[in-house]
Design a protein around this ligand. Structure first.
Ligand code: SAM
Length: 325
């Protein structure tokens, strides 16, 4: 692995961070650091070392990043850098970089600059002749793509679809019109729980009910789920749900639908195999593992997400444990 702008090689994070993460081990410049999209284990050793050595960490939300830094025992000054102060903060950070500073940029989750702040600062830094280093890691779009079963040979990432139906439909119609390219182009979108039904309805209307799509929900988290099937099948499944929650990525196959056969040559799966619902004990254990919560905190979170009281959740947890003994 080439490591020409840093003077130390990757070490286990505990050592890297504990070794005071000395600023001298990091070359001056701007570091765009990817952070986990749900599972805290999805951070690289290099990301931890860079975060531990930066003079300043520019965060989309300092409180959110404080949790991540706290989990890994990193103590560095942070500053907010979000859509509303991007321009002015970029000016201030570029001045610091010009003076030889090492600034790391993180978003709340995933890769900075991908539907998140980061690009403006990178552009300003490049304009000022400052080195800009990517510190790659988690990204929801690519994670969804590689597990979708759709072709990853050629793909387009579109960010979020427009919230207005007219604009959303025009965008989808343009994609439908461009179909038939070789190799077929998989389309990737970020979606929100409150708009996903409308988006899938529009896909059914424009691409036809048999168009193969994938909805990747809660990637890397406890309730991770991939809904793969025809647009009509996925729509029918979503409509059966009392509520649709979580973070999600929507993908559309780049080949026009052939009923019964997907663009990737796999049989169409109109019926989705939903994973069995996890028990409270499994959810609690998962949160303790993935987010390093105490049992009490995890139980509180699980109770809230299920809309039940803490004591009810606790009783259920104890009952399950007793059954297993
Ligand atoms: N910069 C981030 C990245 O690299 O993926 C994306 C930030 S964007 C503001 C947030 C959107 O990414 C969410 O609304 C959702 O569409 C998608 N997303 C983030 N985390 C996700 C996850 N764990 N599972 C599925 N989608 C996720």
């Amino acid at each position: 692995m080439s490591n020409d702008h840093e003077t130390t090689r990757s070490e286990p994070w505990s050592e890297a961070v504990a070794a005071k993460s000395s600023a001298s081990s990091l070359a001056p410049g701007l570091y765009l650091v990817a952070t986990p999209i749900g599972n805290l284990e999805d951070i690289t050793l290099r990301a931890l070392r860079v975060l531990g050595a930066a003079d300043r960490i520019a965060c989309e939300d300092t409180r959110q990043t404080a949790k991540l830094l706290g989990h890994f025992g990193i103590q560095r000054p942070t500053v907010s850098y979000h859509t509303h102060n991007e321009r002015e903060r970029a000016e201030e950070l570029v001045a610091e970089l010009k003076a030889g500073g090492r600034v790391a940029v993180v978003s709340d989750a995933g890769t900075p600059g991908i539907s998140d702040p980061g690009a403006t600062l990178a552009q300003e830094a490049i304009r000022a002749g400052i080195p800009v280093y990517p510190i790659p890691g988690a990204n929801a779009a690519l994670s969804a793509l590689i597990a979708s079963g759709l072709s990853a040979e050629a793909f387009t990432f579109h960010g979020f679809l427009p919230s207005r139906q007219g604009q959303r439909r025009s965008r989808l119609e343009a994609l439908r019109a461009g179909m038939g390219s070789e190799p077929p182009m998989t389309h990737i979108f970020y979606e929100t729980p409150h708009r996903v039904l409308e988006a899938v309805e529009d896909i059914v209307a424009i691409f036809g009910p048999a168009q193969r799509i994938v909805l990747a929900r809660e990637l890397t988290k406890l309730h991770e789920e991939m809904l793969r099937g025809s647009a009509a099948g996925v729509l029918a499944e979503l409509r059966t749900r009392a509520s649709i929650r979580g973070e999600m990525v929507l993908l559309i196959d780049g080949s026009p639908a052939t009923p019964g056969v997907s663009g990737s040559g796999q049989p169409e799966m109109a019926e989705m195999a939903a994973a069995p619902a996890p028990t409270i004990a499994e959810e609690v254990a998962g949160l303790m593992r993935s987010e390093s919560l105490s049992e009490k905190e995890a139980l509180k979170r699980v109770a809230r997400s299920r809309g039940i009281g803490k004591s009810e959740a606790y009783r259920e947890l104890q009952r399950r444990r007793a059954e297993r003994r």
